[in-house]
Design a protein around this ligand. Structure first.
Ligand code: NAD
Ligand code: GLY
Length: 353
């Protein structure tokens, strides 16, 4: 069993292995005394995995109860939030009980926000079932729901008590959802891990546990230093500023992973044009992205991308933090004036605006 320990406002382990679902009860019992365990899961994950998790929890003395949301981003909503906390209250879930998030980032973010706010905070365990959730959303304590005005606009920093990754669940993931997670994996390589980046040039296959562990270690190192996202945690947003614009402009028909892939390629080309990134490394980045069947060219122009980005919640006053890859494994936060943004995006599109 691989173990990565996060030392944020709460210290907790991320456990990575094959077959961990059947150990859920035993592993949870090490951090939470047997209690009522309210499982939040979605309509795709529940039929495949919920019973195994419930059986394991019951055999360790927990009393599992289950709440299932419809699969998909639309469930990361105020309605689902209210429905789940109502379920918790009706089942008399108390502060000595816990919530278990069994699913991808949607379930994890929603369960985490419910855990942060129900009874002013109860413990929760993340069991991520997508690659993205294993390497990113289950670790670091960002929890949120969406409102019609934007994604993740209502949330809290609230750390889980434990993260349990079972690599075997990735075998049932649809290919496009796996590819979305690959974009975030590549991101860690470009931000700060040249060794990981090079590993990704070989098929993931047998290396998958190793790769997930590297990503979690990279995220852990950042979260330990900047849990509340006031500084270096912003590095995790490499490619995400253009990606959010791309997702919005496409009315979310372009997936998050594809948008991040386009965004990272765009920032790499912009960095090359600004004289930071070398041409061979820029080509390495775009080839690696393409190797994972992810796109590197964005269908929107710089002015469209900039206009959406300027409404981004990460904007502070007249400035926006852009993450620029200087070399593979060395990305930097650059405070950019709102006026410069379109020009930088245009450079990334190969246009001199
Ligand atoms: P998701 O949770 O919607 O899961 C994607 C799809 O895969 C869903 O249809 C789901 O039912 C299905 N699925 C999940 N596990 C499966 C499995 N093992 N087998 C078969 N199907 C399975 O999407 P996601 O990509 O995991 O997460 C995206 C969400 O994560 C977004 O809401 C995003 O904002 C959030 N996010 C949060 C953070 C954070 O730090 N909190 C970081 C990145 C992304
Ligand atoms: N996924 C970005 C973060 O956790 O900060």
């Amino acid at each position: 069993m691989r173990k990565v320990t996060v030392n944020a406002s709460l210290t907790y382990d991320v456990l990575i292995d094959k077959g961990n679902l059947d150990l859920t009860g035993k592993l949870c019992a090490k951090v939470v005394s047997p209690c009522r365990a309210a499982i939040l899961t979605d309509s795709n994950v529940a039929p495949i995995y919920a019973e195994r998790v419930e059986r394991s929890l019951a055999s360790a003395g927990f009393s599992p109860i289950r709440f299932v949301i419809d699969a998909g981003e639309q469930s990361k909503s105020a309605d689902s939030y209210l429905a789940f906390v109502t379920f918790l209250a009706q089942n008399r879930v108390t502060r000595s009980d816990c919530i278990i998030a069994l699913g991808g980032g949607v379930v994890g973010d929603l369960a985490g926000f419910c855990a942060a706010t129900y009874l002013r905070g109860i413990r929760f365990v993340q069991i991520p079932t997508t690659l993205l959730a294993m390497v990113d959303s289950s670790v670091g304590g960002k929890t949120a729901i969406d409102i019609p005005e934007g994604k993740n606009l209502v949330g809290a920093f609230y750390q889980p008590s434990l993260v349990i990754c079972d690599i075997e669940v990735l075998s049932t993931l649809p290919e496009n959802i796996f590819a979305d997670g690959c974009a975030e994996v590549i991101k860690y390589g470009i931000i700060g891990d040249r060794v990981l980046f090079d590993k990704l040039k070989k098929p993931m296959g047998d290396q998958i546990e190793d790769i997930i562990e590297s990503c979690v270690r990279n995220k852990r190192d950042i979260v330990n230093l900047d849990e509340c996202d006031t500084g270096m945690r912003q590095l995790l947003n490499l490619g995400h500023t253009p990606a959010h614009s791309i997702e919005t402009l496409s009315h979310f028909t372009i997936s998050h992973g594809s948008a991040v892939a386009m965004g990272m390629a765009l920032m790499a080309r912009a960095s090359l044009a600004m004289g930071f990134l070398q041409k061979d490394e820029c080509d390495e980045i775009t080839s690696l992205i393409e190797r994972y069947s992810l796109p590197t060219k964005c269908p929107y122009n710089a002015s469209e991308l900039a206009s959406i980005a300027l409404t981004d919640k990460k904007r502070a006053g007249g400035q926006i933090s852009l993450i620029i890859p200087y070399s593979i494994g060395d990305s930097r936060i650059c405070k950019t004036s709102v006026d410069e943004l379109e020009h930088i995006f245009a450079l990334g599109q190969g246009v001199d605006a």
